[in-house]
Design a protein around this ligand. Structure first.
Ligand SMILES: C[S@@+](CC[C@H](N)C(=O)[O-])C[C@H]1O[C@@H](n2cnc3c(N)ncnc32)[C@H](O)[C@@H]1O
Length: 255
């Protein structure tokens, strides 16, 4: 039997809330593709930052399965208060439960959840836009990413680093214009390995779903790579490492 995910017919909506779109479907497809690893991972706390309509957090809860979902605590945040209401309704119509918080990224939750979240999923506002469009609380917050689409992403990554447990995984949607390679290198400096687990091109955009996880080996390896890059032949190896399904790590291949 196919694993369950959120059903469009059961989704709640609001004119000021982002409806599930190609990026949301790509993220859920990536989670589905990684489902057996997620189940083995046995997350205690799963979190979505920027939950919108609730499609992703509901799907995550469903795809982990009713039996297992009972073992995990789910939290979702959104800066848009209408998204909080819609997510609660979507969860309820699917028989799922999560704590849904109206906040900026994880403001007010960082102390309580420090180093304890095992899975974070994020489909952030990633579209390059004028800076003044970033940070509003309505529907524009769903896509407005400022310069290179990175304004909100660059704020989310350090917060995620503070929240993720030692075995924590982060799944992030990015656009080619966000420079995903640079994001991976930034996270590498913080000790994260990364891998593109799904790449999808539509007429409008080229999406990458990147999975990050802590790996003590990468800190040293990151320094080596930066050195190689400076010699001038690093780009070739970085590009190769960034191809779909590439693995930026050593050791355990099951992540
Ligand atoms: C691209 S939409 C994704 C919605 C949903 N996760 C999905 O995949 O369909 C981005 C979401 O992030 C929310 N958001 C934007 N900036 C935020 C911030 N600083 N803190 C929390 N949520 C934010 C938006 O309100 C929007 O709901």
């Amino acid at each position: 039997m196919l694993p369950k995910i959120a059903r469009i017919q059961l989704m709640s909506s609001h004119p000021q809330v982002y409806d599930p779109c190609d990026d949301s479907f790509a993220l859920v497809d990536a989670l589905l593709a990684d489902r057996s690893n997620l189940i083995k991972h046995r997350p205690s706390i799963c979190m979505e930052i920027g939950c919108g309509s609730g499609y992703v957090i509901t799907s995550l809860s469903l795809l982990l399965g009713k039996e297992y979902s009972g073992g995990a605590y789910y939290i979702a945040t959104d800066i848009n208060p209408h998204a909080v209401t819609v997510t609660r309704e979507t969860l309820e119509s699917h028989g799922c439960h999560a704590e849904v918080v109206n906040t900026d990224i994880a403001l007010g939750l960082e102390k309580r959840l420090a180093r304890s979240v095992d899975v974070i999923v994020v489909n952030p506002p990633y579209v390059p836009t004028p800076e003044e469009e970033v940070g509003c609380s309505g529907i524009a917050a769903a896509w407005a990413g400022g310069e290179n689409g990175r304004r909100v992403i660059d704020r989310i990554l350090p917060v995620a680093d503070g929240l993720l447990s030692d075995k924590g995984w982060l799944y992030l949607v990015t656009l080619a214009a966000n420079n995903p390679l640079e994001l991976c290198l930034e996270m590498r400096k913080k000790g994260y390995a990364s891998r593109i687990i799904l790449q999808r091109s539509t007429e409008e955009e080229s999406l990458h779903i990147i999975k990050f996880w802590r790996d003590s080996d990468v800190l040293m390896d990151a320094n080596e790579r930066v050195t190689v890059n400076k010699t001038g032949n690093g780009m070739a190896s970085e590009s190769a490492a960034f191809s779909p399904f590439s693995i930026w790590r050593r050791g355990n291949q099951n992540v």
